[in-house]
Ligand binder design. Structure first.
Ligand SMILES: *Cc1c(COP(=O)(O)O)cnc(C)c1O
Length: 362
């Protein structure tokens, strides 16, 4: 099935009345015929639901749809993109661990990582993801066995660096660590990081996936291809019996269930609808952004950052062509020379909304 067909038909079959959209199961708990039945659900031996913090049919419909679109092997939805990143890292890291992350990360993520420092988790920030530079970090780190993951955004928000996913994944695997990608800004329509070797994909589904700015949410999609070494990742050891599924099972049964950063059924429903039009919106959004970038770049005194405006030899422009179907996403940034000039430009806009968000259809 093609992308748009999957986006319309996957994960929404309602067996009760044939509703064409997933019913909104806006409930906290699910009743069962007997205590034995409920016990089976809790033990994961039957497929029902017990309590919405752990699982809910409306949330599951969204998880199945985004999992199919990202070519994953299972997904867990969360209350926000930040909750997805937090819960994914707490799922695999222990105090004393280190990760490599991009300097171009979304500001909220950098703020989160400064909190993780208090839990004894160190972040090596890099702007240059060349193999030489990554190798250098391993060589200069006192105990490089402590480096447990590489984390970056496909198109960084808002600096617009573009990651070579395949090369970075190959490097991560040569060090026996997973590559975790935040694919919020590219969306599965432009690239499936899992097909290029990424092990885990995270989204702030508040943005393009939802599309209408009516729900904050996040999701973690696991390829279930990474072979966890349970001595290197002791926090997953309790789930050793699940092998390559350990991260996914622990997320659902342990980390998200215990921390409680779960997605509400109504927000999951809104995201499922959002996904139905993702391909159409991203085509239009990328086209609009490129037209706008070209137009603005002709105005004297404004400097525009948009990858397709680069010289043909620019690495990120080549990556747009080879990795992102030639489309550079919906974000562009402007430099006007001073805060005063920047504010004046923004305040003069007639149609655009002044808001701190991306991916809103308006
Ligand atoms: C918005 C955003 C986040 C955080 O997501 P929320 O849903 O706002 O918590 C993470 N990463 C990127 C790239 C984002 O744009």
């Amino acid at each position: 099935m093609g992308f748009s067909t999957l986006a319309l038909h996957c994960g929404t079959k309602d067996k009760s009345f044939g509703a064409t959209l997933p019913p909104i199961y806006q409930v906290s708990a699910f009743s069962h015929e007997s205590m034995e039945d409920l016990e089976m659900v809790f033990q994961g031996k039957s497929s029902g639901f017990a309590y919405t913090r752990i699982g809910n049919p409306t949330v599951a419909a969204f998880e199945q749809r985004i999992n199919a679109l990202e070519h994953g092997n299972g997904a867990v939805a969360t209350s926000s993109g930040m909750a997805a990143i937090t819960q994914q890292f707490l799922n695999i890291l222990s105090s004393g661990d280190e990760i490599i992350a991009s300097t171009g990360l979304y500001g909220g993520t950098i703020q989160l990582f400064s909190l993780l420092v208090n839990l004894g988790i160190k972040v090596h920030y890099v702007s240059d993801f060349s193999i030489k530079n990554l190798e250098n970090i391993f060589e200069t780190t006192a105990n490089s066995d402590k480096i447990k993951a590489i984390f970056a955004e496909t198109i960084s928000n808002p600096s617009l660096q573009i990651l070579d996913i395949k090369a970075t994944a190959n490097f991560a695997h040569s060090k026996n660590i997973p590559l975790i990608i935040d694919n919020t800004t590219a969306t599965p329509y432009l690239v499936n990081p899992i097909d290029l070797g990424s092990d885990i994909v995270i989204h702030s589904s508040s943005k393009y996936i939802n599309g209408s700015s009516d729900a904050v949410s996040g999701v973690i999609i696991d390829s279930c291809k990474f072979k966890w070494n349970f001595e290197k990742y002791p926090s997953l050891a309790k789930f050793k019996q699940f092998g390559i599924y350990a991260n996914l099972v622990k997320l659902r049964k342990d980390t998200v269930a215990s921390i409680g950063g779960c997605l509400s059924p109504l927000n999951a429903y809104l995201n499922t609808i959002g996904l139905e039009t993702l391909s159409l919106r991203i085509e239009k959004i990328c086209d609009n952004a490129y037209q706008l970038a070209k137009f603005l770049s002709q105005i004297h005194g404004i400097e525009v950052n948009y990858p397709l405006l680069d010289e043909d030899s620019s690495t990120r422009k080549i990556l747009v062509k080879e990795q992102l179907k030639g489309k550079a996403g919906g974000i562009l940034t402007l430099r006007a020379g001073s805060k005063k000039k920047a504010f004046k430009i923004i305040n003069s806009l007639k149609i655009a909304t002044i808001a701190s968000n991306i991916g809103d259809i308006r």
